[in-house]
Each structure stands twice: as structure tokens, then as C-alpha cells.
Design a protein around this ligand. Structure first.
Ligand code: THU
Length: 131
């Protein structure tokens, strides 16, 4: 199986377990870490709405917990025309990914578009020393 096929399968099955009773919008994500491990994630909503967590954030947390710190490729899936990562998740991905890292956006049938992290978040925040 190709990398994209692996990410698609992982994200699609993660999406099944998404907890999204408030939005009824289930999202799955899969992150390929630089060591070749795939980390899935799904969105987990909360009755206190802002406490909900996006699928990408769950996958990032799993990657960090496993000791991996660099993202090689990402796939996000939802039953939607184009579920691109939200602004906050773009910044979260940027923390662990080079600008050239591919982010595939899929619906239930397959990948619909591919972006790079740099395309999704130009001029993302970087914590630099003061001048
Ligand atoms: N959601 C994600 O999980 N990832 C995104 O990049 C976009 C939005 C979730 C958050 C919320 O649970 C639901 O989709 C509707 O906004």
C-alpha cells in the first residue's frame, strides 16, 4: 500500500470513532511521523463547546506521546467537499512539520486535494528572540 493509502485507511477508521454529537461533523486525521509510524486521531467534542479537540490535535498528541517529534505527511478526512485543517490546527501542524510537508484532504471516497503546510499557513507564528 502507498503512503497515501495507509494514511487514508487509518484516518477513515479513526473518523468512525469521532465523538461529535454537537456538530454531527466527524473528522479523522492520520499523521505519518518521520520514523514511519502512522498516528491516527479523531475529533472529540464537549458539552462546553470550546473544550472540543480537533482530529489533527489528537493525532499530534499521540505522536508526541510516542516520542516522535517530526511530521512527514498528513491526511484529514471528513464527509465534506473539502475539510481543510482549521486555523489553529495549521499552527499546531506547523510546530512539527517543515513547510514542504504534504497535507492531503479527503472525503470518504478518497483524496480530493493536497496542500503543503506552507500553503496552508504562510507566515505562521514562530517564537523568535526579541530584536
Ligand atoms: N474539526 C476537526 O476535527 N478538524 C478540523 O480541521 C476542522 C474541524 C472538528 C471540530 C469540531 O468537532 C467539528 O469538526 C466541527 O467544527
Amino acid at each position: 500500500m502507498s503512503v497515501i493509502d495507509n494514511l487514508f485507511t487509518a484516518a477513515k477508521s479513526a473518523r468512525v470513532n469521532a465523538y461529535a454529537p454537537y456538530s454531527d461533523f466527524k473528522v479523522g486525521a492520520a499523521i505519518l511521523a518521520e520514523d514511519g509510524t502512522v498516528f491516527p486521531g479523531c475529533n472529540v467534542e464537549n458539552a462546553a463547546y470550546p473544550q472540543g479537540v480537533c482530529a489533527e490535535a489528537g493525532a499530534i498528541n499521540a505522536m508526541i506521546l510516542a516520542g516522535q517529534t517530526r511530521i512527514a505527511e498528513v491526511l484529514v478526512i471528513a464527509d465534506a467537499a473539502l475539510c481543510t485543517p482549521c486555523g489553529g490546527c495549521r499552527q499546531k501542524l506547523n510546530e512539527f512539520a517543515d513547510q514542504s510537508v504534504k497535507v492531503h484532504v479527503a472525503n470518504l471516497d478518497g483524496v480530493r486535494r493536497t496542500f503543503t503546510v506552507g500553503e496552508l499557513l504562510p507566515a505562521g507564528f514562530e517564537l523568535n528572540e526579541k530584536n
